[in-house]
Ligand binder design. Structure first.
Ligand SMILES: [Zn+2]
Length: 548
């Protein structure tokens, strides 16, 4: 009797109302709780923007009065979630002068001239992405080079790796730097080039973005993310200015992408002393705090247990003593924040695991301690993740970008725990995937492809790098959907299309289960829906002109 009533109630609940939307005739694919792919042919969405139900392939549709949309057989996936990105930086990097791929110093100058002419109101011209290694004459640009193009206002152009910048005369003057200014330790200055620790001398003079500039950057970032099918982001190292821009967008109804925010260390505590509830129709929540345990592998800042293979005098940078790291994480955890810590090297990862093990004893319960990147782990430390409830938040495209550099830095004998996705999963730990945009492109499809192949976009290296760490497609999709939602306490709202969760989904131009990794990497998003509403659509390609 009870069962019948429940079934009847379920049937009534599932009956479309006038406001419901039925998206039918789709090749729906998602990962179920058993880790296997589920296939469905239609999706019924309620007027609250949440999924009423999906329809199995071949199941008759209850047609009724739903607003019907014909999916024309195209492939539909849950909206992808990037567990680790830098939202405002993405927007700014798209709005600032882009110097990636410059082919020569002249090319850089030409792009600078064009940008300056197009942006007469920009107080400072800020750009990034040049790499003199790609030029015929592999010489760093100088202040004089920039002065020959723009002399009337400050110009600061960062190198592609973020470890050097070149400034023009106006920028150097505005920063109060003279020929007598010494380079700080860990830094170098030559002819307007500021390296590593010396960059701060110039960067501190760059005016902070105005609220209007932040709003513009957030809008740009959302547009880019939606175009790649990203409907949710773990927003890392969020500043107070970023947070206020996100709230302004929420107040104005301009938030589309769901942002699960991690504050930049303890800097937001005076204004946001506790995690917030979900705001703006579950579009925004400050859930955690992000810390750093070390630097990056490329600049030999990753903190290793043994010296660098290609720099035997150094083990990298330990940012905090064990006691400091514990105290920082505890200050966040004691206030109810989720703790996420950047750790790249095996020593940094071991330190953070130690800290989390202690905090897991102090704060029993569902805390979901996160390690960001978890790039180089001692294989002996990987089995320690699951028992302490630690999530590995990893970025598959870092593996394809870094592999040659990682081989140099670590040597052949320390790669067993490098970018070890399959080992992490087999150990029973949870995995969440992302891109670390704008360090890498936010496009999740090259990430999915790297995850299943351990190869880059051009198929290198043949057979994949340490191919034992490849994931199956369901495992990879899981980490970009359910895993990333779980990693931010959002799995009751997003990550899968099932009753009661938001109808956040995308329509793509191919079936990712039927193509090889290189074709998967080139998947294009056609439509992006958030909360049951289409918020982005690829502009139709106009038909090629006939004749002539
Ligand atoms: Zn990051």
């Amino acid at each position: 009797m009870r069962k019948t009533l429940i079934a009847l109630a379920a049937a009534l609940l599932a009956t479309p109302t006038l406001a419901d939307t039925l998206v039918s005739n789709v090749n729906g694919i998602q990962v179920g709780p058993d880790g296997k792919l589920q296939h469905f042919s239609a999706l019924l969405i309620g007027d609250d923007g949440k999924v009423v139900r999906t329809f199995a392939v071949g199941e008759p549709l209850s047609e009724l009065a739903a607003d019907a949309i014909d999916g024309r057989g195209r492939t539909l996936l849950p909206g992808l979630i990037d567990a680790h990105g830098h939202v405002l930086s993405l927007g700014f990097s798209a709005l600032q002068l882009d110097l990636t791929g410059t082919s020569s110093l002249d090319d850089l100058k030409q792009r600078l001239r064009a940008y300056a002419a197009a942006h007469p109101d920009a107080r400072w011209i800020v750009g990034r992405g040049w790499n003199q290694e790609l030029w015929p004459v592999k010489v760093y640009p100088t202040a004089a080079d920039l002065d020959s193009v723009v002399g009337d206002r400050p110009v600061v152009l960062e190198r592609v790796d973020g470890h050097a910048l070149v400034a023009n005369g106006a920028a150097i003057k505005a920063a109060g730097v003279t020929a007598a200014t010494p380079a700080p330790s860990g830094g170098r200055i030559e002819n307007g080039l500021f390296v590593d620790a010396a960059m701060e001398l110039i960067n501190k003079a760059v005016p902070a973005p105005t609220p209007a500039e932040l709003d513009q950057a957030l809008a740009k970032a959302q547009e880019i993310l939606l175009s790649y099918g990203i409907t949710g982001v773990g927003s890392m190292s969020t500043s107070l200015g970023d947070w206020n821009a996100m709230k302004r967008a929420g107040d104005a109804g301009r938030l589309q992408v769901r942002l699960m925010v991690y504050a930049d260390e303890l800097k937001l505590l005076p204004e946001v002393p506790r995690p917030t509830p979900w705001l703006y129709g579950d579009r925004l929540r400050l859930v955690g705090i992000k810390f750093y345990a070390d630097g990056a592998l490329g600049s030999r800042g990753a903190w290793l247990k043994q010296p660098y293979a290609d720099g035997p005098e150094s083990r990298g940078l330990q940012f905090h003593s064990d006691a400091e790291m514990l105290s920082l994480a505890d200050q966040a955890a004691s206030r109810g924040f989720q703790v996420a810590t950047h750790a790249i090297g095996d020593a940094a990862n071991a330190q953070v695991i130690d800290v989390y093990e202690q905090l897991a004893r102090k704060y029993p319960g569902d805390r979901r301690w996160r390690i960001e990147h978890f790039q180089i782990a001692d294989p002996a430390d990987i089995p320690r993740l699951a028992p302490a409830g630690i999530i590995a938040s990893m970025q598959p495209t870092h593996q394809t970008s870094d592999r040659l550099m990682a081989e140099k830095r670590l040597g052949p004998d320390r790669l067993a725990g490098a970018y070890a996705w399959q080992t992490v999963l087999r150990s029973g730990a949870r995995l969440a995937f992302g891109s670390d945009f704008p360090v890498e492109s936010p496009n999740p499809f090259p990430g999915l492809a790297a995850a299943i192949s351990r190869q880059d976009m051009s198929g290198q290296p043949p057979g994949g790098w340490l191919p034992g760490e490849r994931l199956s497609f369901p495992q990879a999709l899981d980490a970009f959907t359910r895993g990333a939602a779980y990693a931010s306490f959002a799995e009751d709202k997003i990550g899968t299309l099932e009753p009661g969760k938001y109808a956040d989904f995308i329509i793509v131009d191919r079936d990712p289960t039927k193509v090889d990794a290189q074709a998967l990497a080139r998947t294009e998003v056609l439509e992006t829906w958030v909360g049951g509403r289409k918020v982005w659509e690829r502009a139709p390609v106009s038909a090629p002109e006939r004749g002539k």
